[in-house]
Design a protein around this ligand. Structure first.
Ligand code: SF4
Length: 334
């Protein structure tokens, strides 16, 4: 794989990641096609395996198998018991709550040492599901807002980690947001591994300006103030606060409206170089994107072409125009 270094001569980040800091994601084992489900089957997810698998290294975890439940095994479910929710096998009455809670805590501590960039979980599972898991009472389903025990522990113990369930990856916007966060986290990890300095922090922040603005303009400005305050706090404090703020900004979903603002902002840098026809064409494509008639990739491609043609160095350094591999086609939807 190629080097992700910030290349001063090119004025931009050369590429995504390197062999020493691969994009590494935790994943529910059954999504990779491993036969670990209660019935001995799997839930192989083609997008996860065939598309994302080209870019990501997986750390598969099946909490139920690792707990020693084996396969085939009785089904388990969340069951309300007074103020607590238990993980039980209704057929046998066996209660797995304590064991699963203890296992999750320990396993997530181990995973934290694997430098993950994100996690993809199986939806609908009382262990791995992140939302809307049925919680049973004596007479059937009481509510559908439970969270799987392992998933709950993962998001509580590791709030900065990008986590999604496979079902939400079917939504183009959520998918793009998640993968953008994963790549951003990986670039930050790479930077840390290579040695963070104040100068490199400034370069990182500058290169991410438009990308951060597309997620959270106010958050981007807060990060900018933090970078500018470099002399008043220790490096350690500065880098830790920046990392925390960066994860929060990237967690906010980029919307069409925010992208439109960023595209207009980028166009502003070109206004002296474009003739009125080229400018109108870009403006029209931005308007059509905003109206849902064109995918984001269209105005971006027009802008990218003109940025290169007119050699606008500052914009060439913006990761916003190239935040993840084009083969993922994350910006090709309307
Ligand atoms: S959903 Fe989680 S616990 Fe269930 S089979 Fe898949 S990996 Fe194992």
């Amino acid at each position: 794989m190629k080097q992700p270094a910030y290349d001063k001569s090119l004025g931009r980040w050369r590429t995504w990641h390197d062999d020493e800091a691969p994009l590494r994601l935790g994943v529910s084992s059954c999504l990779l096609g491993e036969e670990v489900r209660y019935d001995g089957g799997h839930c192989r997810n083609r997008f996860v395996v065939d598309t994302l698998g080209r870019w990501f290294e997986w750390v598969p975890v099946c909490p139920e198998m690792e707990l020693g439940m084996g396969t085939p095994r009785p089904t388990i479910r969340l069951q309300e018991d007074g103020a607590v929710v238990r993980l039980v096998a209704p057929q046998t009455g066996e209660d797995f709550t304590r064991r699963m809670t203890a296992f999750s805590k320990k396993r997530i501590r181990q995973l934290a040492k694997s430098d993950l960039d994100g996690y993809i979980l199986k939806k609908g599972s009382p262990s791995c599901g992140t939302e809307r898991i049925p919680v049973y009472g004596p007479k059937g389903v009481l509510r559908r807002n439970g969270v799987g025990l392992f998933a709950d522990a993962l998001s509580n113990q590791w709030p900065a980690l990008p986590i999604e369930h496979e079902g939400r990856l079917n939504d183009a916007g959520l998918r793009e947001n998640f993968i953008e966060r994963v790549f951003c986290r990986n670039r930050w990890r790479t930077l840390k591994r290579r040695g963070l300095t104040r100068g490199r922090l400034v370069a990182f922040h500058t290169a991410h300006k438009f990308l951060l603005q597309a997620h959270n303009e106010a958050g981007y400005r807060r990060l900018g103030k933090l970078v500018a305050s470099a002399g008043t706090v220790s490096d350690r404090e500065l880098f830790a606060s920046y990392e925390d703020g960066l994860q929060k900004v990237m967690k906010t979903r980029a919307t069409k409206k925010k992208h439109v603002n960023v595209l207009h902002h980028a166009l502003g840098f070109l206004k002296r170089d474009l003739d009125s026809r080229d400018k109108r064409e870009i403006l029209t494509s931005i308007g059509d994107y905003g109206a849902g008639l064109l995918p984001l990739i269209v105005p971006l491609t027009l802008l990218r072409y003109n940025i290169r043609k007119h050699d606008i160095g500052y914009l060439q350094g913006q990761l916003y125009f190239d935040p993840h591999p084009k083969e993922l086609m994350l910006r090709n939807h309307v």
